[in-house]
Design a protein around this ligand. Structure first.
Ligand SMILES: [Fe+2]
Ligand SMILES: [Fe+2]
Length: 274
């Protein structure tokens, strides 16, 4: 409630000054309302059910979930401090709630691993690379990396959603709906970040982002290939679909073509997720 009050106050302040922050209050309200939805969906996951997976598929999915559990466990301290330097308290508040949603995803993956009798990882090279890249860069580039990671992960969670295991299916369903909105959240912040950047500057940024996106989709297709196959998705099909998600997000995020102008942010696709 305190968060909602703060968001509404800031909405009025920025609306009066014509600032772009006002619409980020939509995100604060969305993330707050999402808490009740999470509780409802988490309670529907059949945690005590038995798994129909073969032992080989169980190992493949467990090893894959371990890496995602580690990747989403972070506290986002670097991201939050970079955002704080930007001076937009409304965005900062929404960003904190976003980080907390990611930590809840990690907790869901940890619970799914526990059901399989598998311990979470303490470190993995793919997570270490992602963390180092993020720390080297400013807010706009870090948000770009999140956009890439989440568009690629969207197809991964879509694959898990097709798993015959009821818990893997349920966790994927729960996380998928969050990630669709997370991508919109990153697009909104990038639209603010690239406002005023020349077309050439934006084209250079999107070219660099494409290289990272192709690399990320390739790494996931190779590194998580056995899990993707266990869910009935060929790694090459995953690769193409993941990059299609990125292409669809890159247009509005980098203000390309018909997306160059327009109000920001657009906000979540659902006003009240409850
Ligand atoms: Fe997530
Ligand atoms: Fe996310």
């Amino acid at each position: 409630m305190r968060q909602q009050e703060m968001s509404k106050t800031s909405t009025n302040e920025t609306a009066e000054t014509g600032g772009v922050s006002s619409a980020f209050a939509l995100w604060g309200d969305y993330f707050e309302a999402n808490l009740a939805r999470h509780d409802r969906l988490d309670a529907q996951i059949p945690w005590a059910s038995s798994s129909p997976l073969s032992s080989a598929d169980r190992v493949a999915i467990s090893q894959s979930l371990q890496r995602f559990e580690l990747g989403e466990r972070g506290e986002g301290a670097g991201l939050l401090s970079k955002a704080a330097a930007q001076g937009d308290a409304v965005y900062d508040a929404a960003l904190l709630l976003f980080v907390q949603e990611e930590q809840k995803h990690s907790a869901l993956f940890a619970r799914a691993l526990d059901r399989f009798g598998v311990e979470p990882l303490s470190a993995h090279w793919s997570d270490a690379v992602f963390v180092v890249l993020r720390r080297l860069m400013g807010l706009r580039t870090e948000v770009t990396l999140f956009l890439i990671a989440e568009t690629v992960a969207l197809e991964y969670f879509g694959a898990l959603h097709g798993s015959p295991d009821p818990v893997v299916h349920g966790v994927a369903e729960r996380v998928l709906t969050d990630e669709v909105e997370h991508i919109r959240f990153q697009i909104d912040q990038l639209r603010v970040g690239f406002e005023g950047v020349s077309p050439v500057g934006r084209m250079l940024a999107v070219a660099a982002a494409w290289m990272v996106a192709v690399g990320a989709a390739t790494v996931v297709a190779l590194d998580h290939g056995p899990a993707l196959r266990a869910c009935g998705l060929r790694p090459f099909t995953f690769w193409g679909r993941a990059l299609r998600h990125f292409r669809l997000a890159a247009g509005p995020a980098f203000r390309l073509g018909r997306h160059a102008a327009g109000a920001v942010p657009h906000g979540p696709s659902v006003a009240d997720p409850r």
